[in-house]
Design a protein around this ligand. Structure first.
Ligand SMILES: *Cc1c(COP(=O)(O)O)cnc(C)c1O
Length: 366
């Protein structure tokens, strides 16, 4: 079977976990500090703070950015639900802006009309591993005095110009969930250059504590463990290899699928790299069968394809409750109907890519 995601777990990860188990110190400790230093160095930021999920990373970053009741956060309706839920946890309002159909990222040209006196943060999502159109976004944020929180959960190692995702905005959020480009099962991390933001995140992840049993505000237990950090540190050493393998598979899929009628292949925006967390095609009405039929026929051939995401966020009831309705974001709605992710991860071999290409061409009768 060719799966849609599979972690690469080798002797380095296993030995690292054994080392932590033998040390007897399993909770947040020296391995977390080691991961934070390595992660910040990799992304090119001064600091990083590890937490126990990408969702916690987003929640902590928005808290550090000062988001609270009555504030507005501008983001995209085409992402995983965890992009928006943390805005709600803080009592703020998600203000959604439609996507650019070529990259699936927030359409930066539509952001300015969404800015109000209540706007605090712009939160681009680097969807599928490709950075949003960052330079004009930062220009807007600067001009309006807004902070930028990157949802870089799918974009470790992606570049925009000569900067890495996570070092573009004021705060960068990553997930280390099992299917992400580097992983430790469950985990997350926030990058920043701002020491006040770093300290706010460190308090937020530990009950609001600034020093032993001194509490500045309410907080969570969002700490991660040395077990997770030890795995993630080994994965980080391999991230450039993982990325190169994903990009090579993406290039092979591009070459193999070029010219298949009714399939729209992924694009790469100028001046940035795509790390292909997902390789996403559009299955349009010109393809001989529906997306759902294609998924089923691929599955019969032991090829697993995935739909990320089958519905835009603004139609989900607890988000629609802010006054959104079907028709508000036509590009996001169309994408939700058409997108299909094909296996691209490092454990997909060149032969697997050929199998996928042949299967799709056979199904499409070309
Ligand atoms: C995975 C992901 C998250 C959430 O990360 P978890 O570690 O699963 O909590 C948030 N945003 C995006 C875009 C993601 O892909």
């Amino acid at each position: 079977m060719i799966s849609i995601a599979a972690p690469v777990i080798e002797t380095e990860e296993i030995d690292a976990v054994n080392g932590v188990l033998q040390s007897g110190m399993l909770a947040q400790g020296p391995k977390v500090a080691e991961l934070e230093a390595a992660f910040a160095a990799y992304c090119g930021t001064k600091y990083a703070a590890a937490v126990n999920s990408g969702t916690a990373a987003l929640h902590a970053a928005l808290f550090a950015a000062g988001v609270g009741p009555g504030d507005e956060v501008i983001t995209t309706p085409f992402s995983f639900i965890a992009t928006i839920n943390p805005i709600l946890f803080l009592g703020a309002k998600p203000v959604l802006v439609d996507i650019d159909p070529a990259t699936y990222n927030i359409d930066v040209s539509k952001i300015e009309t969404a800015i109000t006196p209540k706007t605090k943060v712009i939160m681009p999502v680097h969807l599928y591993g490709q950075p949003a159109d960052y330079a004009p976004l930062q220009e807007l944020a600067t001009r309006h005095g807004l902070l930028v929180v990157e949802d870089a959960c799918q974009a470790i190692a992606a570049n925009y110009g000569d900067k890495k995702a996570g070092s573009l905005g004021d705060l960068g959020c990553f997930s280390l969930y099992a299917t992400k480009n580097i992983m430790c099962g469950e985990g997350g991390i926030v990058t920043t250059n701002n020491e006040d933001h770093l300290n706010a995140i460190k308090r937020f992840r530990q009950h609001g504590m600034s020093a032993t049993y001194q509490y500045e505000h309410a907080g969570y237990n969002y700490r991660t463990t040395d077990l997770c950090a030890a795995i993630a540190t080994e994965q980080l050493k391999k991230v450039d290899d993982f990325t190169a393998a994903r990009q090579a598979n993406a290039d092979r899929l591009d070459a193999g699928l070029a010219g298949v009628e009714g399939l729209v292949l992924p694009t790469r925006g100028n001046g940035r790299t795509h790390v292909f967390h997902q390789y996403v095609v559009r299955v349009t009405k010109d393809f001989p069968i529906t997306r759902q039929e294609l998924v089923s026929q691929l599955r019969e051939r032991d090829i697993i394809a995935g739909v990320y995401y089958p519905q835009p966020l603004h139609v989900i009831p607890h988000i629609a409750a802010f006054g959104y309705k079907v028709g508000d974001f036509p590009e996001a709605e169309k994408a939700a109907e058409e997108v299909l992710a094909l296996p691209v991860h490092p454990r997909v071999s060149e032969a697997d890519v050929q199998t996928i290409v042949n299967a799709i061409k056979e199904i499409a009768n070309v």
